[in-house]
Design a protein around this ligand. Structure first.
Ligand SMILES: [Zn+2]
Length: 239
């Protein structure tokens, strides 16, 4: 589903646009001069549905060269091993989340808790995946001529990142699960999830002037995206 020139939504679950598997996060792809880069991989139960959307959007799956993980919860990283193997893409993540994705231990990923509350079926397993490139908070880098900057998303998970994309004079922020549409946050009883971390991370995003707001679940905003960050900050008493 094309969102704008060079950014498509290729997967989404029941709490969003429901394009693919029920438990998939929002899976985005953006265009670079070296092909496409994917943001998060979905849960990995039906990754071929994401392939189908790429194809129907006119994007050759083999042109997807990178996968950036915001964090290593199952609904975001579970499909990573499939895409790495099938497409030969490079996986990019923070060091902390790369370790969690490689070990894929249920308790460390909060998967046991998320199964208890019924988000995942009991038989769900997230396949481990090796990260090819570690990035860290404050780091800026280029993928095929497209500039990206990493921002802290700790508070939702131990080492989560938001990725800020600079494209055609506009910015797009992939927030992972740090902030949802309307400034909502999700406090969960899983490792690395806490209110103080949310406050610290969201404080780092205040006043940035984000144009396009692309969260890991639910609705997106194609203009005025900063509003969602400021709503969260106000609610948390940090702006
Ligand atoms: Zn998450």
């Amino acid at each position: 589903m094309k969102l704008c020139d060079g950014i498509h939504l290729a997967g989404s679950g029941f709490d969003g646009f429901y394009l693919t598997d029920r438990i998939d996060c929002n899976v985005y792809v953006f265009e670079t001069s070296e092909g496409w880069a994917m943001i998060d991989a979905g849960a990995g139960r039906y990754p071929e549905l994401i392939i189908d959307i790429l194809q129907s959007d006119g994007i050759a799956p083999s042109d997807v060269r990178y996968l950036l993980l915001t964090h290593a919860h199952g609904d975001h990283m579970g499909g990573a091993a499939y895409f790495k193997q099938r497409l030969g893409l490079s996986v990019i993540a923070s060091e902390a989340e790369a370790g969690i994705a490689l070990r894929a231990i249920e308790q460390e990923m909060g998967l046991d808790v998320a199964k208890d509350v019924g988000f995942y079926p009991l038989e769900y397993k997230a396949a481990p995946v090796a990260t090819d490139r570690m990035v860290s908070v404050g780091e800026s880098f280029f993928l095929g001529g497209v500039g990206l900057t990493c921002f802290d998303a700790r508070g939702h998970s131990p080492g989560g990142l938001c990725y800020l994309l600079h494209k055609n004079g506009k910015t797009a922020l992939f927030t992972g699960d740090l902030i949802r549409h309307g400034g909502l946050i999700s406090l969960q009883d899983v490792p690395g999830n806490n209110l103080e971390g949310h406050k610290d991370s969201i404080a780092g995003l205040v006043g940035m002037g984000v144009d396009i707001f692309l969260p890991g679940h639910g609705l997106v905003s194609m203009q005025g995206g900063q509003k969602h960050i400021e709503l969260a900050a106000r609610e948390l008493g940090i702006a």
